[in-house]
Design a protein around this ligand. Structure first.
Ligand SMILES: Nc1nc2c(c(=O)[nH]1)N[C@H]1C(S)=C(S)[C@@H](COP(=O)(O)O)O[C@H]1N2
Ligand SMILES: [Mo]
Length: 432
């Protein structure tokens, strides 16, 4: 479906229809309009929009304990307490990061990776939290990232993460030779088979193109130490990626001359180099809505790798047997998509950020003006909404999709499920 980018003309057609015609006729395709019911009496005075269950607008920063959790392992590291936590080196005092070189060679990888200053527990050189935070005084970065799983249909949360770019940490290891990839993992449990690991190319770790954001080792979330549940004391954060590269409870980095991704996520047929998708997500639109009441449709949108131009919605009369529209259903071809409102950037970031954080020091903001360089910020999510009024009694379906900066409407340009879920969500409601 939607094999070609939607054109500006299509878009103007959809939105001008919205502006000039009543919803019940204007937004539905001809076939649907024929079956759409017209109100018998003049519409009653408009009631205020009803709020969906998920409160709109969504707060820009998700409190650390309100993130959805995606953690493998049995037991999960964040269930450890007391001495077990100390043994696992998951307290701020006991946390250590080892960085070593992988000696492996084979028929293809003929030369082993090497570094002149490995950081190891054995010789007492492993990095501790105090040293990492000291590096942060000079090289520290802060930014807002939407955490989203490649495999889950709703975003997990959004945080202001703070830490040190990976490249600054790798510079502690002296001269590197034959390093093509950075492997890394965190504490899991004592069963090596359950280890959750990920990787980056050398380039992705060491270089940052203009406007892009660096991979970094985070030790603060929303102005406080990262709680154990969110992967503290130290978590890798990969801005451009889905959650699986943002390894929690980080403890080991291995520099290797292997050129292959070793990501745990590659095992289940996922693309281990997939990037965060631009995608719209729909809040619930509760059940039955009285005639004449404005229906507020809302949700979240992630500005992913390809940026965000706008969010669109499509309302159609619902069938009595609600089912998903199949990808080749002709209804997609005649769908009338209309533009949604995107929430503006807050006028005062002081209300959003924790005390002492100025937008001027957050990546993605103009350091002079303190205004976001793009809106939404790259790899962040914001709320969107649309008000539907004048709907005749009946059953409806509403869908939403994001259009990226290249003009591609979701689920393009990467409809492959295993590069990140990107299905167009649908909610059903009834007016009457
Ligand atoms: N050590 C470790 N890190 C991990 C995982 C894990 O199971 N173990 N899950 C990953 C996946 S698949 C996702 S989507 C994110 C979820 O982050 P959250 O639990 O903070 O929301 O963490 C990633 N980091
Ligand atoms: Mo995930």
């Amino acid at each position: 479906m939607n094999p070609t980018p939607i054109t500006r003309r299509d878009f103007v057609r959809a939105t001008s229809v919205l502006a000039t015609a009543p919803l019940s006729a204007g937004l539905l395709s001809t076939a649907q309009a024929a079956d759409a019911r017209t109100p018998a009496a003049p519409a009653p005075k408009q009631a205020p929009p009803r709020l969906p269950k998920t409160a709109y607008p969504h707060p820009l920063l998700t409190p650390a304990d309100k993130f959805e959790d995606v953690s493998r392992g049995n037991p999960k590291p964040h269930t450890l307490t007391g001495d077990a936590l100390v043994q696992a080196r998951l307290t701020p005092e006991t946390w250590r990061l080892q960085i070593t070189a992988d000696p492996t060679v084979d028929e293809i990888v003929k030369l082993p990776a090497s570094i002149t200053r490995p950081l190891t527990l054995a010789d007492g050189t492993a990095l501790d939290l105090a040293a990492l935070m000291e590096l942060g005084k000079k090289h520290g970065v802060k930014f807002i990232k939407a955490m989203q799983c490649l495999n889950i249909a709703t975003p997990l949360g959004q945080g202001l993460w703070e830490g040190v770019p990976l490249r600054e940490v790798l510079r502690l290891c002296g001269r590197m030779s034959n390093v093509r990839r950075i492997y890394y993992w965190g504490f899991h449990n004592n069963d090596p088979k359950q280890r959750f690991q990920s990787s980056l190319s050398y380039t992705a770790a060491m270089e940052t193109p203009p406007g892009e954001l660096p991979a970094f080792l985070a030790y603060r979330l929303n102005g406080a130490p990262i709680p154990l549940e969110r992967g503290g004391p130290v978590r890798m954060v990969i801005p451009w990626s889905h959650g699986f590269k943002s390894i929690k409870w980080l403890q080991q980095i291995v520099l290797t001359n292997d050129f292959k991704a070793n990501d745990t996520y590659a095992i289940a047929n996922n693309d281990p180099e997939s990037h965060l998708k631009t995608a719209a997500y729909l809040d619930e639109v509760g059940g039955k809505i009285p005639v004449g009441r404005t229906v507020l449709v809302s949700g979240l949108v992630i500005s992913g790798w390809s940026g965000l131009k706008r969010v669109e919605y499509w309302v159609r009369a619902g069938s009595d047997k609600p089912g998903e529209l199949s990808e080749d259903d002709p209804a997609w071809q005649s769908a009338r998509w209309a533009e949604c409102r995107l929430d503006d950037a807050p006028a005062d970031w002081g209300h959003v950020f924790p005390d002492g954080v100025s937008p001027r020091e957050v990546l993605g903001f103009d350091p002079k003006t303190g205004q976001p360089a793009t809106w939404p910020l790259r790899y962040s999510m914001i709320s969107w909404s649309a008000s539907l009024s004048g709907l005749a009694p009946g059953k409806y379906e509403v869908r939403a999709r994001a259009v990226d900066l290249n003009g591609y409407a979701q689920p393009e340009p990467r409809p492959m499920l295993k590069t990140g879920r990107n299905a167009i969500q649908v909610r059903r409601f009834e007016v009457g």
